[in-house]
Ligand binder design. Structure first.
Ligand SMILES: NC(=O)c1ccc[n+]([C@@H]2O[C@H](COP(=O)([O-])OP(=O)(O)OC[C@H]3O[C@@H](n4cnc5c(N)ncnc54)[C@H](O)[C@@H]3O)[C@@H](O)[C@H]2O)c1
Length: 252
């Protein structure tokens, strides 16, 4: 039975999609949750309204900005004076066409690595420091199937950022376990969220699921529930592991 009583969780990009599903799974199991958002305050407020007063706290900030990323951690920690679980969920999936304009290509690589990898590392740095002082804590990083399988010709930036995130997570698991720090990667394939709306519109759902033996893309709840299970402390010896959620489209 997963229980988060007394635990405080920070979920980046928690207002929608996979982040919101993770918030629901953990707040529903008794966690107090910091819902981080960047632009959509209305969605964050609507999600918070699903839970009793005091169960959630909203923190705004752009992970593209290192100073704002620092402020996200500081504000999140100030809410309850503790954080037990960090979920680095926020991410972007934007093209960087190798055959296109160089400046645009480099700008997209920089943005993608910054938001998907460096910002997560920045928050992990704080989390490890905080967990170390408190005798333990858990990090769940949301990578992607692309980290292991690769991605499209114009999404190599995304695959590289998620590969880096998986390597970061494994390093933390190996080198910080003796401080009680647990670290897990979740690696979704296609998930039904805003992130893939454009691709569905462009290529169609049939094209998206042609390589998925389960015959559908995953609901966000499959990923949110996996995050809650890993964060819930029921299997600490699984630290360092990656859980694939891709309908058997990529079995490693
Ligand atoms: N949807 C998929 O098919 C899929 C597949 C594999 C991995 N993922 C990963 O799952 C995670 C969640 O994505 P999702 O599918 O819920 O999509 P989404 O677009 O709904 O969510 C992305 C979240 O990241 C936040 N975000 C983006 N840029 C940000 C910034 N600069 N600063 C702060 N927050 C920012 C957004 O506000 C949003 O809440 C991402 O890391 C994504 O890469 C998604």
């Amino acid at each position: 039975m997963i229980a988060f009583d007394g635990k405080v969780v920070l979920v980046t990009g928690g207002a929608r999609g996979i982040g919101a599903a993770a918030v629901r799974a953990m707040a529903g199991a008794g966690a107090r949750v910091v819902i981080h958002y960047v632009r959509n305050r209305d969605a964050a407020e609507a999600l918070a309204a699903e839970f009793e007063d005091g169960a959630t706290c909203l923190v705004q900030g752009d992970l593209a900005d290192p100073a704002a990323t620092e402020a996200i951690w500081t504000e999140a920690l100030a809410w309850q004076g503790q954080i037990d679980v960090l979920v680095n969920n926020a991410g972007i999936y934007e093209p960087a066409d190798p055959d296109g304009d160089l400046d645009a290509f480099l700008a997209s690589w920089d943005r993608t690595l910054r938001v998907n990898l460096t910002a997560a590392a920045q928050l992990c740095r704080h989390a490890v420091d905080h967990f170390r002082a408190r005798g333990g804590g858990t990090i769940v990083n949301v990578a992607s199937r692309a980290a292991f399988r690769g991605d499209d010709y114009d999404r190599m930036n995304y695959a590289a950022s998620k590969g880096g995130l998986a390597a970061l997570t494994r390093s933390i698991a190996r080198k910080c376990a003796h401080w009680g720090v647990l670290a897990y990667t979740v690696a979704p394939g296609f998930v039904a969220t805003d992130m893939v709306d454009d691709i569905i519109e462009q290529d169609g759902m049939d094209d998206m699921i042609k390589d998925v033996p389960l015959g559908a893309i995953a609901p966000a709840e499959d990923v949110g529930n996996t995050i809650a299970f890993l964060a819930g402390g029921l299997a600490p010896h699984a630290t360092g592991t990656t859980v694939d959620i891709n309908g058997a489209s990529h079995i490693r």
